[in-house]
Design a protein around this ligand. Structure first.
Ligand code: SF4
Length: 366
């Protein structure tokens, strides 16, 4: 019987560079784009999909909507020629408001894309400008209205802890998303990464205020019917992102493109982050194996599962590692009783636990 597989495709092109961004992404010429898509197709063609049925496909970036929809169509047909797609395949694409057009949305719909993820970040135009985003609120509203014409399953990204951001910026954004029937929200705390123009500006986020904004986000979204299913992800019932869930469940996925990561047949593979190397055909930068009962797999399972509202499956953990975690870590778990919940066969974070998630994970894997 064939196994389920997720496919991630990285499109490293954007129309500008945001002040906080350290992803492998940037503004490139049409020649580079053409060469990149050629290498991407050849990487897809060289992967052996014969053991798999693909049930999630995710175009991420960068900004996939910044390139002509003909590139996305080309990739889709290259993939379709190689794989067996599950009939209910979740097929997502990340878009930024300024590059969404009706023509692109129509093409996405035609090739089978059924989930759109829009980068809003905030509804405050002054902040959007200060962090180098290319859209303003008006662009987002046009993009979401157009997207809603073609798609039911729409997600939006928000950022917390941005320069100048206050509580009403966050509540206004959430209110707008609910009014526009957005089904899924990702809310990430701003991290100032070394080398970005935000880091060079000397800005440091106020961690306590960011925690307060996170708390506000959780509560406001809950009032509107969005459930937190992972620390930064919230959805209306039935609209959780299946593709992202496989990262936390440690299910198999293959990533194509520069900087893409894969987890297939117990191997974690990292592609090169050097665009010119990738275009020359050198894809893999690193590959290492994580056997299913190894100490690394144990750490990964705790770290990833505790991020989710489903929590860590203690039976599965025992089957994999022969460890009864509740007994093995009994003193740690009782010392952390305010932050952890033992729910039948699951170990989960309590609401308080999400605020100190990293500390709790460290104590459990110690
Ligand atoms: S649009 Fe996204 S990937 Fe592109 S520069 Fe901005 S944050 Fe980075």
């Amino acid at each position: 019987m064939k196994r389920k597989l997720g496919v991630y495709i990285h499109i490293p092109f954007c129309n500008g560079k945001c002040a906080y961004c350290d992803f492998t992404s940037g503004v490139y010429s049409d020649e580079i784009k053409q060469a990149y898509f050629k290498s991407l197709i050849s990487e897809i063609m060289n992967f052996d999909f014969s053991e798999y049925v693909v049930d999630t496909v995710y175009f991420g970036g960068g900004t996939p909507s910044s390139v002509s929809a003909s590139y996305i169509t080309e990739i889709f047909y290259a993939l379709k020629a190689q794989v067996e797609l599950d009939i209910n395949c979740e097929f997502s694409i990340e878009c930024n408001p300024e590059s969404v057009t009706e023509e692109k949305l129509y093409t996405y719909k035609k090739i089978g894309i059924n989930r759109i993820s829009l980068g809003l970040q905030t509804t405050n135009n002054e902040i959007l400008k200060s962090i180098g985003r290319l859209h303003d609120l008006k662009d987002f509203i046009s993009a979401i209205d157009l997207t809603n014409k073609y798609f039911d399953n729409v997600s939006a990204d928000l950022m917390l802890g941005l320069p100048l951001q206050n509580a009403s910026d966050v509540t206004n954004a959430i209110k707008l998303l609910a009014e526009k029937s957005v089904k899924h929200v990702s809310a990430y705390g701003l991290k100032v990464e070394e080398g970005t123009s935000l880091a060079k500006s000397g800005f440091t986020p106020d961690e306590d205020f960011t925690s307060y904004l996170y708390d506000l986000t959780v509560n406001e979204l809950a009032k509107l019917g969005y459930t937190r299913y992972e620390v930064s992800n919230f959805a209306m019932p039935g609209y959780e992102c299946k593709h992202n869930k496989r990262y936390w469940n440690r299910s198999e996925y293959v990533g194509f493109g520069v900087s893409a990561h894969s987890f297939v047949k117990y191997a974690r593979i990292e592609n090169t982050s050097d665009l010119s190397e990738y275009i020359k055909g050198k894809t893999v930068a690193q590959k290492y194996f994580i056997l299913s009962n190894s100490p690394e797999a144990k750490v990964e399972m705790i770290m990833l599962a505790l991020r989710t509202s489903d929590g860590l499956d203690l039976t599965e953990f025992y089957e994999n590692f022969g460890i009864d975690l509740i007994k093995d870590k009994s003193s740690t778990i009782s010392a952390l009783s305010d932050f952890l919940i033992v729910d039948n066969t699951k170990l989960k974070l309590s609401n308080k636990g999400y605020y100190v998630m990293n500390e709790i994970i460290l104590r459990l894997i110690d």
